[in-house]
Write a protein that binds this ligand. Structure first.
Ligand code: SF4
Length: 326
């Protein structure tokens, strides 16, 4: 599960990928679901069968007490084996000790860019030698910043960090202007990845190092990580009236209009059984198993559709095919 504890952060990275809905705002999200209670977070973790959680922000250390609370909550609810890692731009060793005490398993650091070249990390270095947490760097591969990146990786190596993760830089609604201002471009028409970022990462990976190096492309993030999570959620939230696609989206038969009237009509005129119907109060529509709706749609006095949507909390609709136009 991805747990965004707050959108607040004072670091101000030009490449910050946070969406406008979250950037600088004190909001709480578990995956795509906006939450306001512990119960909602636990429910979302169960919905996707989460084996671990990545705590992110903003900067989770900008609201340290809240972050400590969620680490303890997740460990209490799912046990010690529920793996928790956390991303921060802070280098506050005192706070790291508190995170470890609360149960954090892994710390992923992305220091502010201006400190990449000359990190004075004596205290951090000492902390790394004594902590039981895994500690590593997780930074974007920035074209044009290869010297500073190299020096930061040198620091990670000397300090005995466990890993360095380089992520392909991507355009997002939150960083579009800033990346364009620096003359960066998209790699091609089919992705938001930044031209030159992958090459910059691969050059860093080409050197033999004492620290283990990983590269995560935007293709991998979207096609493997996201799809895996979506499929797990689909298996848990799909109703008897839904079809799960290979991508993990849900196909639904949808009838729009006065809900009670529609249900009465479907049951009386077509004998549609209860388990092939669902009254969707959230979207104010009646869902009917697509294979049933296709057979009867042309005889219904209501608008009906095949709708494809994500099984995520926001239930994003990706396609709508009219079966009987209004
Ligand atoms: S530290 Fe993270 S959240 Fe803060 S500005 Fe940088 S990328 Fe955005």
């Amino acid at each position: 599960m991805v747990l965004l504890v707050s959108g607040r952060c004072s670091t101000g990275c030009f490449y910050c990928p946070l969406s406008l809905e979250k950037k600088g705002k004190d909001v709480l999200f578990a995956n795509e679901r906006r939450c306001s209670s512990d119960e909602e977070i636990i429910e979302e973790a169960r919905m996707i069968g989460a084996e671990g959680t990545g705590i992110t922000g903003g900067d989770p250390l900008a609201c340290l007490d809240r972050t400590l609370h969620f680490i303890r909550l997740l460990k209490k609810e799912f046990g010690r084996r529920h793996h928790i890692h956390l991303y921060t731009s802070s280098l506050d060793v005192q706070a790291f000790c508190q995170l470890e005490e609360a149960g954090l398993d892994e710390l992923r650091l992305h220091p502010p860019l201006e400190r990449w070249g000359d990190l004075d990390g004596k205290e951090l270095q000492e902390f790394i030698t004594r902590t039981n947490m895994k500690v590593g760097l997780e930074i974007p591969a920035l074209p044009g910043e290869e010297d500073r990146t190299e020096r930061l990786i040198d620091f990670a190596e000397d300090a005995g960090m466990d890993f360095v993760n380089l992520n392909e830089l991507e355009f997002s609604e939150g960083n579009w202007d800033q990346l364009q201002k620096r003359g960066l471009e998209v790699r091609d028409d089919t992705s938001g990845a930044v031209k030159g970022s992958e090459e910059a990462a691969l050059r860093r990976l080409g050197r033999k190092r004492a620290v283990s190096m990983h590269y995560c492309s935007s293709r991998f993030k979207d096609s493997v990580q996201l799809r895996r999570r979506i499929k797990r959620r689909a298996r848990r939230v799909a109703r008897t009236t839904d079809i799960i696609t290979d991508e993990g989206t849900l196909i639904k038969g949808v009838v729009e209009g006065p809900m009670d009237e529609i249900i009465h009509h479907l049951q009386e005129k077509f004998g549609v059984p209860d388990n092939m119907l669902f009254k969707d109060m959230e979207k104010k529509r009646v869902e009917v198993a697509p294979w049933v709706l296709k057979q009867i749609a042309d005889q219904l006095p209501f608008a009906s559709f095949l709708v494809e949507e994500y099984p995520t909390a926001d239930r994003l609709e990706v396609e709508r095919e009219p079966l009987r136009p209004r």
